[in-house]
Design a protein around this ligand. Structure first.
Ligand code: SAJ
Length: 399
């Protein structure tokens, strides 16, 4: 079995490497020559625990080769990004380009699978594109959608052990794709149609977004009511059928803050709660930034000098170095731009940053008058609270 993976990013590379480690002959294709060279030298260009070992091993064995162009194979996987445009409308142009790139290499009995998060109907649209350009293959190749659902930071384990949903454009395609994934997935493989599989991915991330929005809304209500939100949620969760998530300074990353918009933009009338949740989670970041700025104004009135503010954390979630779409980074930028105070910026998982001069977290805590806890990184939990500090705890470091 030979498979071509189109896209060697955060999902494409680990999936290609794991597939190669289970005996599939894998060609990984990326448009970036640096990425291709890095992988062919047995190294990786992204941060993900355990991934370096798997890649080194399969590259040395010759079962994973990175290239700039696809070639003939038995299976073609599309694992490229699907961002949104300014107006929150999904942009499937990368999926389309990757599909066009594999078109000349498709032959009878081949399998074509999209893994990229995609709006509903994308797989059928790509099938139409393939039939239009290669009409002789109509009904002779297998086409399916199978969304990834791995958690950044735990990708290698989850790739193998998570259940997967597989939706073909017909039953034969679903079955053929299932046989493909059986080679490297130990989790259960659930058959459905392509539309349901596409919607399932969007539903999973929207569900989490809505639940986090509920926690974030509660945190703002609790602040107004002078109630400790962490205690409140802990107590409410003692109910056997209640399971509230944790509030934070907003929702970041490339998935949960993006995917719900794919539903909202196509089903605007119907998707009321999903849209509201997205707005609530975005609003929470501004709410946090405003709280820091208000605390700075209060400090200046009281002490007749500008405070020193420490912004603790830049990553989009705890204990990772990924700053993409990070609410903590957004809040820090606003505080730097909108206050005259000295702002100390801290991110223990990153050495240097192009915009911010980073400071050691203990030193920043000691120097600051106002401490804004933005990310619940583990090392922060060990800092003993000093009584003279004004602390704004947006993520439960002090809970
Ligand atoms: N967050 C909270 N409160 C919580 C949990 C998370 O504020 O109680 C915030 C985090 O700080 C972060 C954001 O939500 O800013 C997203 O973090 P996450 O850990 O919930 O999820 P991601 O973005 O790392 O990965 C998600 C996962 N989806 C679900 O859990 C439904 C993952 O399984 C998906 O594969 C991934 O999106 C993806 O690629 O779509």
């Amino acid at each position: 079995m030979k498979a071509v993976f189109m896209g060697l990013g955060y999902i494409g590379l680990p999936t290609a490497a794991v597939a190669a480690s289970k005996g599939i002959d894998v060609i990984g294709v990326d448009i970036n020559p640096d990425v291709v060279n890095t992988i062919n030298s047995g190294k990786i260009h992204i941060v993900e625990p355990e991934l370096d070992k798997v890649v080194k091993d399969v590259v040395e064995k010759g079962s994973l080769k990175a290239k700039l162009q696809p070639e003939e194979a038995d299976a073609f996987l599309i694992v490229v990004p699907t961002p949104f445009r300014q107006n929150h409308r999904p942009d499937i142009s990368y999926v389309e380009s990757a599909t066009r790139a594999v078109l000349p290499y498709l032959k009878e009995n081949d399998l074509y699978i999209i893994e990229s998060t995609s709006p509903v109907h994308t797989t059928e649209k790509m099938a139409d594109l393939i039939w239009k350009e290669r009409p002789e293959l109509k009904g002779k190749i297998y086409i399916a959608y199978c969304p990834e659902r791995v958690l950044p930071g735990n990708v290698i384990y989850e790739l193998e052990h998570n259940d997967r949903v597989i939706g073909g454009i017909n039953t034969e395609s679903t079955e053929k794709a299932t046989v493909f994934y059986q080679q490297f997935v130990k989790g259960k493989l659930h058959p459905t149609n392509s539309r349901t599989a596409e919607m399932c991915k969007l539903t999973e991330n929207s569900s989490r977004d809505v639940q986090i929005a509920f926690a974030n809304e509660l945190s703002m209500i609790a602040e107004k009511a002078n109630i400790n939100v962490w205690e409140l949620i802990e107590l409410a969760n003692k109910h056997p059928r209640v399971n509230i998530l944790q509030p934070g300074c907003g929702v970041g990353g490339h998935c949960i803050a993006v995917d719900p918009w794919f539903i909202v933009s196509d089903y605007t009338e119907q998707a009321q709660i999903i849209k509201r949740a997205r707005e609530t989670n975005d609003y929470k970041s501004d709410w946090c930034a405003n709280k820091v700025l208000e605390a700075a104004v209060e400090f200046e009135k009281k002490y007749d000098r500008e405070p020193v503010i420490a912004c603790m954390g830049l990553a989009f979630k705890p204990d990772i170095d990924d700053l993409r779409e990070s609410p903590a980074k957004y809040i820090t930028s606003r505080v730097v731009a909108e206050s005259n105070a000295e702002v100390l910026v801290v991110e223990p998982n990153v050495h240097t940053h192009t915009t911010f001069a980073l400071m050691d977290y203990k030193e920043a805590y000691t120097k600051a008058d106002i401490v804004a806890w933005l990310v619940r990184h583990k090392p922060f939990l060990a800092i003993a609270k000093e009584e003279n500090k004004i602390e704004l705890d947006f993520c439960g470091v002090r809970k």
